[in-house]
Design a binder for this molecule. Structure first.
Ligand code: MD3
Ligand code: FE
Length: 212
């Protein structure tokens, strides 16, 4: 239940109806046709992550063995700019983010049935005032959210297709991860799997205002 969530976290179950989910999926498919999914690799070890990803927007989050986690304006394999963030996602941000500027990055994560994401913090952005807005499509997942320290107690939540989750305020730097996917739990994606979109601010508004 939403009211049980820590300050700064808001869960909107079923925010997108089936038609809205399908329209968004069409946008994502068009973007993937222009910008192929890549397999991110952990800094230093080069261990591949189990998700595949692309980004939309002016900046995209990437990681590889040599250069580690970072935001950059271009696809690491094609060298081309990321596709734009579709208007329906900009509108969604406007409805839930309560922030004075549009998102600069939309990370698109694709999970196959066995993919997961270990407990981590999102701290590669400079602006922690802005929330992260997450949209889930396709198979449900078991999402885990903790506190500001890795060892803080965690709680688990099932995120379903069409759910929106907003992480801001005191929860912006909370540890979180995806423990498992529930194959066959949604009919949205013909071949199964889960797509998560995270809308983010990366740079500081103050810098933008004074950039020359
Ligand atoms: C809590 N993605 O891309 S989205 C990520 O479902 C990421 O693909 C997960 O963690 C996924 O970094 C979780 C929900 C989410 C996103 C950002 C957060 C939860 C968060 C930032 C702070 C706290
Ligand atoms: Fe994250």
């Amino acid at each position: 239940m939403q009211n049980d969530l820590p300050p700064g976290m808001r869960h909107y179950p079923g925010f997108l109806d089936d038609a809205a989910q399908r329209a968004l999926l069409d946008d994502i498919r068009a973007a993937v046709a222009a910008a192929p999914l890549f397999v991110p690799a952990m800094p230093r070890t080069g261990k591949p992550m189990s998700v595949r990803m692309i980004n939309l927007g002016a900046l995209g989050w990437v990681t590889d063995k040599e250069r580690g986690y970072r935001y950059q304006p271009t696809h690491p394999e094609t060298g081309r700019p990321w596709p734009p963030i579709p208007p329906r996602l900009l509108d969604l941000w406007g409805e839930v983010a309560a922030y004075a500027a549009p998102p600069e990055a939309c990370l698109v994560n694709f999970y196959e049935a066995t993919a997961k994401m270990g407990l981590h913090q999102d701290r590669d952005e400079r602006d922690f005032e802005a929330p992260v807005v997450s949209v889930s499509l396709g198979d449900a997942c078991l999402f885990r959210i903790g506190g500001l320290k890795r060892t803080d107690p965690t709680r688990s939540l099932r995120l379903e297709s069409g759910d929106v989750f907003v992480l801001g305020g005191a929860s912006r730097l909370a540890f979180h991860g995806v423990d498992r996917i529930y194959p066959g739990s949604s009919m949205l994606l013909r071949n199964g799997g889960r797509i998560n979109l995270t809308l983010r601010r990366v740079s500081l508004l103050a810098d933008e205002a004074t950039a020359s």
